[in-house]
Structure formats: C-alpha cells, structure tokens
Design a protein around this ligand. Structure first.
Ligand SMILES: Nc1ncnc2c1ncn2[C@@H]1O[C@H](COP(=O)(O)OP(=O)(O)OP(=O)(O)O)[C@@H](O)[C@H]1O
Ligand SMILES: [Mg+2]
Length: 505
C-alpha cells in the first residue's frame, strides 16, 4: 500500500542551527502517528516544511506516492494537507467563522456567501461539540477556545493528511478527550494523522505508530506502537536510558510564620473563604481540574483580580498587593504564568535580556546598574540547568522551539531571587528529560528556603514535587493531602476531595 505521507531525508538549516539533519517518516492512510522528540529536536520544523510554511534545504515529500513540494501554506491545504500549528495562528480581528473558512470562503456568483461561511464554520465547530457562535470575534476567546477553533479549522477541508502540533497543550482533560474522539473518527475515514505530543500517556493510548526525532534525525522510524515501550521511546529521545526519579520525603519546618498565607480569602473572580499557607522551604501543590479556579487565585494574590474579603499575609504581615511588579518589587513574589507565550517571553529580545529582565529590575533598584558579565553568567547557569537549546545568548527568543521558549520564561523567574514563587503549569510542552531537571531545580530552590506554590493538572507531577497538596474545585478549597509519595493512595485521596466524599479539615 502506498503511504499517505512519506518524508525522506529532509534537511533544514538556520544560521548556526541544523534544525533537521535527516528526517524520515512514513504515515499510512488511517493511521494515528505520533511524532516525538525533545524540545528543539525538529518536530515543528518538519511540520512547517510539509505544510509549505518553510522550504526545505533538501529531501523528498510524497503524498500518496506522488512527489510534491509546496511553496506556501495554501498550496498544501489545497492538496489536502491540514495542520494545527504549535503556535496560535489566527487573525484576532476576524470572526471565528472567517478564521475557520480563511483557506476558501464559500462564494456565490463571485461574492462571499456569508450564510455559507457561518454554516460551514458551524459544522466544524459542531464536530468538536464547541458551543461558539461563528460570528464571535476571535479576540473574545480564551486560550483553550482559540486552540479548539484552530483545530476546527483543521477540519474545514476534508484533509488527506492532518498534522497536529501539540494540540492538547492548553486543553482540559474533557476537551482533549473530545479532540481524540474526532481524531479517531477521521482516522476511521482514512485520514492520516500526525500527532506531536510530549505526553507519553496520550501517545500510548491513541496512536498506532511512532517516529522519534533526535537532533533533527529520525532515530526510531515509523514503528507500530505495540512493538515498542515507553522506556524505549524515552531512551531514543534522550539518547540514553533514564533511571526512575526518586522523590525524597523532604522535611519542612512549619513552626515559623508562613511565607505566604491566605486567611478566608474571597475574590471578585468567585473564590469563597480560601485559606492556605506555604512556609519557607515548602512546595505546596494546588491541584484541581482546568477551570477549578487555581490560576484565578494566583491572579488574585498578585492583585490582578480583586480580593474582596479575608486577608493575604506575606512573612506574617497582612499586605495589599496591587500588581505583578508590586509583588516582585515589594514582596519578592514571582509568578510564572500559564500563558507564558503571551505574557512570559519577549520574542524579539535576545535570550540574555529575557532571563535577566527580572533579575535586572530587582538588582537595579539597589545598585542602579547590573554588570554585564554577571548577567551573562547568571543566564548561562540556567541555560545549562534547564538545557535550553540555543546557539548563543544573543539569539532572539522568538527563534527558539516552543518548549525552549517555555524554558526561557521559567528560567527568568527561577533566576529572579524571589522568596515566594507561584508557578502555573510549569511543564506543559516540556520534554521528559527537562522535566526532571526542572524538578531537581525546584527541590534545590526549596532547600534554599524558597516557598513555592505549584499549580498543576499533572497528578504525577504533584506527587513527585509537592510536600502537601491543596485540592481546589469550583473556586473552593475542598481539602488538603500530605504527600506520602504513594501515587495510588494520593490520587485516591485527591480525587475523593474533588468528589466531595471528604470534608475540609
Ligand atoms: N526561524 C528560526 N530561526 C532560527 N532557528 C530556528 C528557527 N526555527 C526553529 N529553529 C531552531 O530549529 C531547532 C528545531 O526547532 P523546532 O521548533 O522544530 O523544535 P521542536 O522539536 O518542535 O521542539 P519543541 O518540543 O520545543 O516544540 C531548534 O534548535 C530551534 O531553535
Ligand atoms: Mg515544536
């Protein structure tokens, strides 16, 4: 059988970087094919070449056995290649319907057939069970909704090949499930699907074949998923095997004043009577499903939403925090936002500036200037610790792979010498090996006395990292669980709190 998509010997270089050295991939019709690899391995570059966004230096692309090469995205779309890129790619000033139909507006006697546009857009939205009016302006949507609309756009034309680059990165569990239902329906109809993901669970649940890239070359080519294992995939990605990470039982002194404490806090965002405390040296997890109110709580602590009742205390003193700047400048509280791409990284600035920007603003307050060399060496420490793949510190952050941009934004806050760090979904989009490096860094910072509030929807991450876990659901703290590092027992305790079979003690 001829494969739906075949990629042979693909090569692509950027000044100073070999993004793809020798990439190969064979995707059968009706198959759901995982494309995995560490941050910067070349996955998105491969997808951009297949979809006509960037030209390759050399290599061959075959669609249903026929050699093709697309000089722009529209050509690829017309040939039946659909895509959802890793970076959001929408026209904010347009409506949802226009964005979905952009590649080919229905026309009637030469004019745009607007009822047709809304109808076709609605059909795609319905496939994903999205209750969004196609006439809604794009800019009114949340990050997750925007991602879902882009996926709907990928369904607009019946694609022969559909490439999805980390489609579930900002989706809730339910939304991801719905997406996978649609993916399975499409594959049953014969569409070949390529799925980029860092989530091994997803890959092993939904995919039937896998290709692994390392440093731009294919190191595991189009294997049936049943013939490989997670350990094998990880060791191919990383180039060696990784021993299991042993979480240690950390000892936290909770006798002094908490670094950060909430007493009966209610907010404009809808929280009621939230109380919690995190001590110096402690990692407090805040677990909940997407939409539970965790990010909104972080925003309220930082003065981005309003606290309407109760008290926020820092180092034992009641405080009023007005902004992120205020939080950092006056109280040394850092905030790694979940929206790192929009809020966390300055894409047109070099990496040095990005990482050093918070350090710089704290230091300059006292010193008036920052010596150039110390800035560069601080930055290098974090570039090494998180293994950020760059060609030089002067490279623009916008040229890094998606995961490496995330790491830059993390590094910026880890370097900021805060006393309290609030981290929201830190490892979404980050590869397995860096995840572990990050965990080790977090332990080290906590051992040095930093108080950490960790927001995560990844239960395994909570059990590995947190000393204690606060469970939030519907903007209320449902309970608290001490970490015993027994994954099964902890998951059960946490889920019980969410379902309300336990009461808050
Ligand atoms: N426009 C560009 N200019 C310079 N270098 C680039 C550009 N685009 C990508 N690169 C480099 O090419 C390499 C591969 O990047 P790519 O985005 O394909 O990685 P990826 O596998 O998708 O990683 P991630 O999991 O982080 O998304 C990286 O080293 C990246 O910095
Ligand atoms: Mg990528």
């Amino acid at each position: 059988m001829t494969a739906a998509l075949e990629v042979r010997g693909l090569r692509k270089t950027f000044p100073g970087v070999v993004a793809l050295a020798d990439a190969n991939l064979v995707v059968e019709r009706g198959s759901i094919h995982a494309l995995m690899g560490e941050n910067g391995a070349g996955k998105s570059t491969l997808i951009k070449i297949v979809t006509g966004v960037q030209p390759a230096d050399s290599g061959v692309l075959l669609l249903d056995g026929e050699a093709v090469s697309f000089s722009n995205p529209l050509e690829a779309m017309k040939a039946g290649v659909g895509v959802v890129h890793q970076e959001r790619n929408v026209v904010r000033g347009f409506t949802v319907g226009e964005n979905i139909a952009l590649s080919g507006m229905p026309r009637r006697s030469g004019r745009v057939d607007w009822p047709g546009v809304w109808r076709e857009a609605k059909r795609c939205l319905d496939l994903l069970e999205l209750d969004i009016d196609p006439r809604t302006p794009m800019r009114d949507l949340s990050a997750a909704q925007t991602q879902l609309v882009e996926i709907a756009r990928g369904l607009y034309r019946d694609a022969r090949v559909l490439l999805l680059d980390e489609p579930t990165a900002s989706l809730s569990v339910d939304e991801a499930e719905r997406l996978y239902q649609v993916v399975h329906q499409l594959s049953a109809k014969g569409t070949a699907i390529v799925l980029v993901s860092h989530k091994l669970d997803e890959v092993f649940t939904h995919c039937d074949a896998i290709t692994v890239l390392r440093d731009g070359s294919t190191v595991m080519e189009s294997q049936p998923i049943s013939l490989t294992t997670r350990d094998e995939v990880i060791s191919r990605m990383v180039g060696r095997s990784l021993a299991t990470l042993e979480a240690e039982q950390r000892i936290v002194d909770r006798t002094g004043a908490p670094a950060l404490e909430l007493r009966g806090v209610s907010t404009d965002a809808g929280h009621r009577e939230v109380s919690l405390a995190v001590h110096p040296g402690e990692i407090l997890g805040m677990y909940g499903l997407v939409g539970a109110g965790r990010t909104e709580l972080a925003r309220s602590i930082l003065g981005l939403d309003r606290v309407i009742a109760g008290e926020v205390r820092v180092q034992g003193e009641p405080v009023q925090i007005r902004s992120v700047r205020d939080a950092l400048g006056r109280f040394r509280i850092g905030y790694v936002t979940e929206n790192r791409k929009e809020e966390g990284v300055f894409l047109l600035q070099p990496i040095t500036r990005n990482i050093a920007v918070t350090v710089w603003s704290t230091l300059s307050r006292f010193l008036g200037f920052v010596p150039y060399r110390s800035e560069r060496s601080t930055v290098q420490t974090y570039v090494d610790a998180l293994d950020i793949k760059i060609s030089s510190q002067d490279q623009l952050a916008g040229q890094l792979s998606g995961g490496n941009q995330q790491k830059v934004s993390l590094a910026k806050w880890l370097a900021a010498q805060t006393r309290i760090l609030i981290i929201d979904e830190p490892t979404v989009g980050i590869d397995v090996r860096t995840k572990r490096a990050f965990y080790e860094l977090i332990w080290k910072l906590a051992d040095e006395g930093l108080a950490i509030l960790l927001i995560s929807s990844d239960l395994a991450e909570m059990v590995t990292l947190a000393d204690r876990v606060v469970v939030m659901d519907q903007f209320i703290v449902r309970g608290e669980v001490d970490n015993t590092h027994d994954y099964d027992a902890m998951s059960k305790a946490i889920i019980d709190h969410i379902h309300g079979t336990e009461t808050h003690v």
